[in-house]
Ligand binder design. Structure first.
Ligand code: ADP
Ligand code: MG
Length: 238
């Protein structure tokens, strides 16, 4: 089953075409990584999938539904941002449960899901702390926890590790890989880190100026890049 389908997807801001006809099929449980230079439209594409940005034209399908007009909370997706976007005045527990509360999930069920995510992410002892009392890695885990509790079909990650130092980045990378194995969700993951892309992805999508330049497994892109642009991104470590 295809869990996510983009058909000739376009986005225009004012007079600028930012996403210029993107076609993509993502299967259930697949780990897809978007790479490409700054400004090529990676975040915009994720925001369109999540519903934070409207689609200008084309079709966006999640599971068997066309979701162009479906509001973000009803799409079955959850997004994790580079900036974590935690609420400073809420505890870890409240941050993680916030979306469920908004969706009127009952208190007991909320507590159960937060406890489950906290165990998965080793946050149990931190549930009553505030974001300012956490390290960068812990904050990022809370942001991931907040996404997990909604039981999304599709996880969207926008450069989730780029604010972390190199060592922690490597550690969190393997945590994310383990999480994916454990949950089996579909993941769409944006990064500009080539190693992250190569190690995490089932499939890499190379974007350039709002177009897909090439799609393939890490190995295919590494061994058979279509052009110099892709080779620079994937083939030759910088
Ligand atoms: P990336 O995540 O690949 O760095 P973005 O998706 O953030 O790229 O941005 C793609 C292009 O769209 C950039 O040229 C950016 O300036 C433009 N853009 C993004 N958001 C807006 C917006 N809300 N209004 C106008 N232009 C935008
Ligand atoms: Mg971006």
């Amino acid at each position: 089953m295809s869990s996510l389908t983009l058909r000739n997807l376009k986005k225009r801001f004012g007079t600028v075409d930012v996403i210029r006809g993107v076609d993509l099929d993502v299967s259930d449980g697949e780990f897809v990584v978007f790479v490409g230079p700054s400004g090529c439209g990676k975040s915009t594409l994720l925001r369109m999938i999540s519903g934070l940005e409207d689609v200008t034209s084309g079709e966006l399908r999640i599971g068997d539904r066309i979701v162009n007009e479906v509001q973000p909370a009803k799409r079955g997706v959850a997004m994790v941002f580079q900036s974590y976007a935690l609420y400073p005045h809420l505890t870890v527990r409240e941050n993680m449960g916030f979306g469920l509360k908004v969706r009127k999930v009952a208190v007991a069920e909320r507590g159960r899901r937060v406890a489950e995510a906290a165990a998965l992410l080793r946050l149990e002892s931190l549930l009553d702390r505030f974001p300012r009392e956490l390290s960068g890695g812990q904050r990022q885990r809370v942001a991931i926890g907040r996404a997990i509790v909604g039981y999304p079909d599709v996880f969207l990650f926008d450069e989730p590790l780029s604010n972390l130092d190199a060592e922690l980045r490597v550690h969190m990378r393997s945590e994310i890989a383990a999480l994916h194995k454990r949950l089996g969700n579909t993941m769409i993951y944006v990064t500009h880190d080539q190693v992250e892309a190569m190690t995490l992805a089932d499939k890499i999508v190379v974007l350039r100026d709002g177009f897909i330049e090439q799609i393939g497994s890490p190995r295919e892109l590494y061994e058979r890049p279509d052009n110099v642009f892709v080779a620079q991104f994937i083939g030759s470590p910088k």
